[in-house]
Design a binder for this molecule. Structure first.
Ligand code: GDP
Ligand code: MN
Length: 379
């Protein structure tokens, strides 16, 4: 789950990171009131889940409540990279002498957290990586964690001044705690700003939470933004299905993550493109099957659907019942191919044929059939 900046700053504040006070507003009036309460110069920032808001006109300074009203009105009317701005953060502004970049993220290839640090902050880090990769320092965090002396040594070349180095090292240690205890897969500060008086501040915050850890973070629920979640993601989460949308046109409903991967591989092998990864799990009650079909048919690119069920704990007759019930509720606008084999296969076949459906036992056949159907629809 991606957090909005104002949410990420809430998380950072819990770990003692230096963020400036602010509040989120949905109207220019609210922005004006917040600015009045904060006093002084404020910064108005679009809360959309994309980077580069500054360049797109989504970050503006305002001197006083009336200007805050005007800037908030302008920014709330924007659409940034396709996302309409529904909220703005109104925060106390800082003066900036230097902008750096500091992040901790999961390096999946090395299976370790990685610190990324650059003196070229404030701009898009992907841009720096492309044009000046030598300006980014990378350091993995070992399994035993990050030690204060390591943080200090890493930051020393970028912070010559003692007090700033101490602040920066403290920030990195706190960022590490926020990342590890907070179960993030990314915790990024860009810019990590130094003020003319030598204070080091986190002026922007970007956090991705690791959804695999949501069972131990009840507090994440209030951060979930229904506007940012697609219908498919929401239904999948509510019904406990693992679902990842992909770019192809063949919808897949499969039981078990391994079989789901194998199904996608075989579709690709025969020249098709899967539209999704969807694992309905071990027990497949009809409700899950219905939810799965609802998710997949909600994706406009899907041209044909493949059920691939290997009945072990999952009973094929349960799935067959689920399919039949679901089709009775809402008939499918696109072709459906069913492959099932294993526990209660015979009963399943009977249920399907009584309802005018058929199934193959061969995965190979099923995959080739669904690709052919999808092509027929296209042609
Ligand atoms: P992003 O473009 O989406 O990454 O949004 P940021 O929050 O990083 O803001 C973009 C740029 O706006 C920063 O790099 C700063 O240069 C500027 N900015 C953000 N907050 C402040 C602030 O409090 N004071 C000043 N002077 N500039 C700011
Ligand atoms: Mn930024």
């Amino acid at each position: 789950m991606n957090l909005h900046e104002y949410q990420a700053k809430e998380l950072f504040a819990r770990y003692g990171l230096p963020v400036l006070p602010g509040q989120v507003a949905q109207t220019p009036e609210e922005a004006r009131d917040i600015a009045a309460a904060l006093g002084g110069t404020v910064v108005i920032k679009a809360q959309v889940l994309v980077g580069g808001r500054g360049k797109a006109g989504g970050v503006k300074l305002a001197h006083g409540p009336d200007e805050a009203y005007d800037r908030a009105r302008d920014i709330l009317a924007l659409t940034i990279k396709g996302l309409p701005v529904r909220k703005v953060l109104v925060a106390r502004a800082a003066e900036i002498a230097r902008e750096l970049y500091l992040a901790i993220l999961l390096d999946r290839s090395r299976k370790l957290p990685l610190i990324m640090l650059s003196a070229a902050g404030g701009v898009d880090i992907e841009e720096v990586a492309r044009t000046a990769p030598h300006r980014i320092v990378r350091r993995h965090i070992p399994l035993e964690g990050l030690r204060p002396y390591q943080a200090r040594a890493l930051l020393k070349p970028l912070f010559r001044e003692g007090s700033q180095l101490t602040q920066a090292a403290d920030i990195l240690m706190k960022l590490w705690r926020a990342y590890s205890e907070g179960d993030c897969s990314l915790a990024e500060i860009n810019p990590l700003a130094v003020t003319p008086e030598g204070k080091v501040l986190a002026l922007d915050a970007k956090v991705i939470l690791d959804d695999n850890a949501d069972v131990r973070h009840r507090e994440w629920e209030i951060w979930r933004d229904p506007d940012e979640e697609t219908l498919g993601q929401r239904v999948a989460r509510e019904k406990g299905l693992s679902y990842v949308k992909l770019d192809g046109d063949i919808g897949c409903v499969v039981n078990g993550a391994g079989l789901a991967m194998a199904t996608m591989d075989l579709i690709k092998h025969y020249g098709g493109e899967p539209a999704n990864f969807l694992d309905i799990g071990g027990s497949s009650n009809p409700e899950k099957v219905t939810a799965a079909l609802r998710i997949i048919t909600g994706e406009s690119r899907v041209r044909a659907i493949l059920f691939n069920i290997f009945g072990g704990i999952t009973r094929c007759d349960d799935v067959a019942n689920g399919i039949v019930q679901s089709l009775k509720q809402s008939p499918l606008p696109i072709p459906l191919v069913i492959r099932l084999t294993g526990t209660n296969e015979e009963q399943a076949r009977k249920i399907l044929s009584e309802n005018g459906l058929s199934a193959t036992t061969s995965m190979d056949e099923g995959v080739r059939a669904v690709i052919a159907k999808a092509q027929e629809v296209t042609a």
